[in-house]
Design a protein around this ligand. Structure first.
Ligand code: IDP
Ligand code: MG
Length: 137
């Protein structure tokens, strides 16, 4: 069954001029861009989006990072795209994310309280629908 996922190119990806490369990898894999928008997030959006992380030590640095510049929000479609995009993105920590992945090839640790790792991808069908509703309401 065709799935949808929410992908964000985070502010580090936009600021470093990597949006095109990241979207190109998604398209080259064969997925479809169904919706695409450059957005200045608000604290309200981010507190909803990252609600599962509220109270963790990296939560406030994460919100500040996500407010530091525009993000590109996309709804991406395809069979098993949720799993497929997370595989394309690589592990959370860019230092150890596998080469060949977006985070592994394009990311690194910058010695900050939050891992700047270029992209977000929903982790389940329920998260995807919830997150698409937050960013594309
Ligand atoms: P994910 O983006 O790979 O799904 P999550 O655990 O959902 O990872 O965390 C959300 C975001 O919070 C990560 O992408 C990363 O930017 C940041 N983050 C997660 N865990 C840590 C941590 O232990 N230290 C610093 N930042 C973190
Ligand atoms: Mg996550």
């Amino acid at each position: 069954m065709t799935q949808r996922t929410l992908v964000l190119v985070k502010p580090d990806g936009v600021q470093r001029g990597l949006t095109g490369q990241i979207l190109a990898r998604i398209e080259a894999k064969g997925y479809t861009l169904a919706q695409l928008e450059l957005v200045n997030a608000t604290r309200e959006i981010l507190e909803q989006h990252y609600e599962e992380h509220q109270g963790k030590p990296f939560f406030e640095p994460l919100v500040e990072f996500m407010l530091s510049g525009p993000v590109v929000a996309a709804v991406v479609e395809g069979d098993r795209v949720i799993e497929g995009f997370r595989s394309l993105a690589g592990a959370t920590e860019p230092t150890t994310a596998a080469p060949g992945t977006i985070r592994g090839d394009l990311g690194r640790d910058w010695g900050e309280k939050v891992q700047k790792n270029l992209v977000h991808g929903s982790d389940s069908p329920e998260s995807a629908e919830r997150e698409i509703g937050i960013w594309f309401s």
